[in-house]
Design a protein around this ligand. Structure first.
Ligand code: ASP
Ligand code: MG
Length: 417
């Protein structure tokens, strides 16, 4: 049994859907389960519907029209005029309008999941129909009856026992099945989601429950690279890495694979392959147990828009547990995610993510109790398997505010020139 995950970029238009069919023809479709996420950037487009519903009702129609046109156009390029898929798409889109008209809930997260799920439902409907249309027989399944979760909308937790039972009783592993990534269902019949980019995790869940031999995530890059090609000019393919290495890289912010994906695979030693849907003849990256990173080269991860904060006591007393715990409480309260910590006798420094733009509020609440200085808009570079040469290269990017070195990992906070 193998599990394949096709993400948004691999099904962003009619041609890419045809490409998926070609890949499947080449790879074979027996004993295969496909996990599919929303097409292209559709999840963002569905988020716009939710936001319009809450903030700007006049925009609802326009945002629904946008997703309608997107999917209809793709279907027009894939199917003859009177094919049943056109109607299936209309029905699914009609459900969004119907749901919004009847909804009374003001719970943003609940509504989000009930609307955004249509990205995956439409994508799998179109892909499944197209594959059947070109002779690749498959069964479409509603994943909300398979992956059972609690009711924490937008960040649901999987009920493994129930999920395993549903998957094993509903999936015929000798055939080709298509399911939606990212979605789950709670016990009350509501849709839940597993967090943005959660489709990788869905693939991990299915692989675990079905005791799959392998998982392949098809991406628009060759495999796992030693740096993000959107940030670094020269990147190299990692042919082989361990589960642990992947988790470490995700922890420091690499956006290779959704971090929750690895654990279920690791516990059953199911290898994960990352391959290119543009170049399916390439081998890609293999992630498996305990293997040495190959090639053994430095791996770079950069986090932008960080704030470097140095905090010391007003009376020059030591920085110890009680003031540090007070600081952490505030950091947590203002959703400033800590990416690096350095502590000395009288000062405590952290590099935080200012994703929610709450830094100024945090500063206002702390400045009367401590002496605080900060530098905004700094970059945090993390280098796994660093060499002196790589550290020098980063030093030259700007003024380095702090360098922290552990066994295999160096972290440097840089204020760009
Ligand atoms: N479509 C969802 C998202 O964009 C899930 C995924 O792509 O993995 O977040
Ligand atoms: Mg996506």
């Amino acid at each position: 049994m193998k599990v394949y995950k096709f993400g948004g970029a691999s099904i962003k238009d009619a041609d890419s859907i045809k490409n998926v069919a070609n890949i499947l023809q080449q790879e074979g479709t027996n004993n295969c389960l496909l996990v599919v996420s929303a097409m292209g950037k559709m999840t963002n487009a569905f988020e716009n519907i939710v936001n319009a519903y809450f903030d700007d009702e006049q925009k609802i129609q326009e945002t629904i029209l946008f997703v309608t046109n997107f999917h209809s156009e793709i279907a027009q390029n894939l199917f003859p005029e009177n094919h049943k898929t056109h109607q299936e798409i209309t029905i699914l889109l009609g459900k969004i309008v119907g749901f919004l008209a009847q909804n009374k809930s003001k719970d943003y997260d609940y509504l989000y999941d009930q609307i955004v799920c249509y990205g995956e439902l439409l994508a799998t409907t179109i892909l499944s129909s197209y594959l059947n249309h070109v002779g690749i027989e498959n069964t479409w399944k509603d994943v909300r009856t398979l992956i059972k979760t609690d009711s924490i909308f937008r960040d649901a937790t999987v009920n493994w026992e129930e999920t395993e039972q549903q998957i094993n009783s509903q999936i015929d592993s000798s055939k080709l099945t298509i399911v939606q990534g990212f979605l789950g269902g709670d016990s009350k019949g509501n849709t839940t989601t597993l967090g943005r980019e959660g489709s990788d995790y869905t693939a991990g869940i299915f692989a675990y429950c079905l005791n799959a031999d392998k998982v392949t995530i098809w991406k628009d890059v060759q495999g796992v690279l030693n740096a993000d090609p959107r940030v670094f000019q020269e990147t190299q393919l990692l042919e082989q890495i361990s589960y642990e290495e992947t988790i470490e890289m995700a922890f420091y912010g690499a956006s290779v694979i959704h971090p929750k994906t690895i654990q279920p695979l690791q516990s059953k030693e199911i290898p994960l392959f990352v391959r290119s849907f543009i170049n399916p003849d390439l081998k890609g990256t293999k992630i498996s147990r305990g293997v040495a990173i190959n090639p053994h080269i430095p791996c770079f991860i950069v986090k932008k828009n960080q704030v470097f904060i140095s905090i010391s006591t007003l009376d020059f007393s030591f920085m110890v547990e009680d003031n540090i715990s007070h600081i952490f409480k505030l950091l947590h309260q203002y959703q400033l995610r800590v990416n690096l910590i350095q502590n000395s006798a009288i000062s405590f420094s952290v590099c935080v993510d200012n994703k929610f733009n709450h830094f100024d509020a945090f500063y206002d609440s702390i400045k009367s109790s401590f002496k605080v200085s900060f530098v905004k808009e700094v970059d945090l570079y993390t280098v796994r398997h660093f060499t002196n040469e790589t550290l020098n290269t980063i030093d030259q990017l700007g003024k380095s505010l702090i360098t922290q070195i552990n066994k295999e990992t160096a972290q440097i906070v840089v204020k760009q020139n």
